[in-house]
Design a protein around this ligand. Structure first.
Ligand code: IZC
Ligand code: ZN
Length: 412
C-alpha cells in the first residue's frame, strides 16, 4: 500500500492515549484533546502530534488546514462478514411476520442462503461486491477492517473466500485483518452429521488455512443450534495450537457460556454478548478479553442490546463493530453504530471513540500500530465535518467524514 507524507494543522485533535493495552473502566473515557493541533505524518508514519505552535512542519510536506474541525484516528471495524455474495432482503417480511433469526436459519434460509449464493459466485463477483462495501466503509471513516470467511463451509470454498479477501486487501486503501470462520454454520450436506463437519474443520480446514497463512484469527459461531460450547472449545483449542488467535461469536441469542469459554481460552475478543451472564462478564474482565459489541445487529433483529455499562463497570474493555453481513446487519456504516452505542448502549462519546479506534485495533491484534494518534503509529486519520465528538454521535444518518488519510495519503 502507498505511503505518503502530510501535515494536518489547525485541528481539534482528539485521540485515546495508548498505554500498551485495550482500555477498560474509567480509562475508556480518557482522551488527549488538543484544541489547535497538528498531526505530522512522514512516509506513512506519525512523526509528531501536538499543539500547532509546537510542531515544525518540514517545508516540502503538504499541509491540510482542518479549520478547527475534529480530527481523530482512522476508525477500525473489528467484526465484519465483508466477503459474501447476494443479499437477503427476502427475509425482512418473514421477520416482520414474526420469524426469528434462528427460525429462518433452521428452515434453511439465513446463513445457508448466503452460502449457496457465495459458492455460486465467481471470484470476480465476490471481489467486486466486497470491494464496493469496503470502499463504503472507507468513505465512512474506516481505515482498517476485519473480514471473516464463513460462507464457503468446505475446505476449498473457505480457502477461496480468504484468498478473495487477500486480493481485496491489495486493491483498496484499507488494512484488512483476516479471520477464518469455517465454523459459522453446519452446511446443508452435513446437516445429519454435524460432528463430521466439526472434524472436517479441525482436521482439514484449520491445518490448510494455517499452512497457507491466510488468517490471523479463528472464530466460531458459538450459539444454541449452531456450535455448542464443547464443539467450539475443541475447534478453538486446535486453532490455538496451530497459532491462530481466537475470537468467538458468543452469547448473541442464548446465554450458553460463550463469554466464559472466551475467558477460559484467552480469546482476544468475544463478540455480540447480548445474552452474556454476569459470571461470563467477570471472567472476561479477569482474562482481559475484549467485548466487541454489535448494536447494529440488536437494532436490525429488534432484540435486546448488550449490557455495555455493566461491562465497563466490570472492567471489560469494550470495542464496537458493524457486524456487516447480509442477514443481521446489512450496513457498513460504523458511524451509525456509534449513534446506536450512544443512545442504546448508554456509552459516552469518549468511550465510543476509544471503542471504535484503540480498543477496536487491539481487538484485531493491531493495537501497537493503529488506533491512536501516537508517534510511530501508522498515519491513519479522519478529518470530520464536526467540531466535537458529541456532535458526531448526536447527528445521525449522514456521513460526517470530510477527509480520510491512510498511511499519510489522502484517500477520501
Ligand atoms: O449471515 O447471518 N450472526 N452470523 C452470525 C451472521 C449473523 C451472519 C449471517
Ligand atoms: Zn458476526
Amino acid at each position: 500500500m502507498n505511503k505518503g507524507s502530510l501535515a494536518i494543522v489547525n485541528a481539534r485533535l482528539i485521540t485515546p492515549v495508548d498505554n500498551g493495552e485495550a482500555k477498560s473502566g474509567a480509562a475508556m473515557k480518557e482522551l488527549q484533546d488538543i484544541a489547535r493541533g497538528t498531526v505530522l505524518i512522514i512516509d506513512g508514519t506519525i512523526a509528531a502530534v501536538g499543539p500547532s505552535h509546537s510542531v515544525a512542519v518540514p517545508r516540502e510536506v503538504e499541509v491540510i488546514d482542518a479549520q478547527g474541525r475534529l480530527v481523530t484516528p482512522g476508525l477500525v471495524d473489528p467484526h465484519t462478514h465483508l466477503v459474501h455474495a447476494g443479499s437477503r432482503e427476502h427475509e425482512v417480511p418473514l421477520k416482520l411476520a414474526g420469524a426469528s433469526y434462528m427460525e429462518i436459519h433452521r428452515a434453511g434460509g439465513g446463513i445457508a442462503s448466503t452460502v449457496r449464493a457465495t459458492r455460486k459466485a465467481s471470484d470476480q463477483e465476490l471481489l467486486g461486491q466486497a470491494r464496493e462495501a469496503a470502499l463504503q466503509m472507507l468513505a465512512y471513516g474506516v481505515t482498517t477492517v476485519e473480514s471473516k470467511s464463513g460462507y464457503g463451509l468446505s475446505t476449498e470454498q473457505e480457502i477461496r473466500m480468504l484468498e478473495v479477501a487477500h486480493q481485496l486487501a491489495d486493491q483498496v486503501p484499507l488494512d484488512v485483518v483476516h479471520t477464518f470462520l469455517g465454523a459459522h454454520s453446519i452446511p446443508e450436506e452435513y446437516r445429519d452429521r454435524p460432528e463430521a463437519y466439526v472434524q472436517l474443520v479441525i482436521e482439514e480446514m484449520l491445518p490448510r488455512v494455517a499452512e497457507l497463512g491466510l488468517a490471523r484469527f479463528c472464530d466460531v459461531f458459538c450459539e444454541q443450534g449452531v456450535f455448542d460450547v464443547e464443539q467450539s472449545r475443541r475447534i478453538l483449542k486446535s486453532a490455538s495450537e496451530l497459532g491462530f488467535r481466537l475470537k468467538l461469536h458468543a452469547d448473541e441469542i442464548e446465554s450458553i457460556g460463550g463469554a466464559e469459554l472466551a475467558a477460559e481460552l484467552g480469546a482476544v475478543s468475544a463478540d455480540h454478548l447480548m445474552a452474556a451472564s454476569d459470571a461470563g462478564l467477570k471472567a472476561m474482565a479477569q482474562a482481559g478479553v475484549i467485548a466487541v459489541l454489535l448494536p447494529g445487529t440488536s437494532f436490525y433483529l429488534r432484540k435486546q442490546y448488550a449490557r455495555a455499562r455493566r461491562m465497563i463497570v466490570e472492567g471489560v474493555p469494550v470495542a464496537l463493530a458493524t457486524d456487516f453481513n447480509p442477514g443481521s446487519c446489512p450496513s457498513e456504516n460504523l458511524q451509525f453504530i456509534m449513534n446506536l452505542a450512544y443512545l442504546y448502549l448508554g456509552m459516552y462519546p469518549a468511550e465510543i471513540l476509544t471503542a471504535t479506534t484503540l480498543n477496536a485495533a487491539y481487538a484485531v491484534g493491531c493495537g501497537r500500530q493503529l488506533g491512536s494518534l501516537t508517534v510511530g503509529k501508522q498515519g491513519d486519520v479522519v478529518i470530520w465535518n464536526a467540531e466535537n465528538l458529541e456532535y458526531l454521535v448526536y447527528r445521525f444518518g449522514r456521513n460526517h467524514v470530510c477527509r480520510v488519510v491512510k498511511r499519510g495519503k489522502l484517500v477520501v
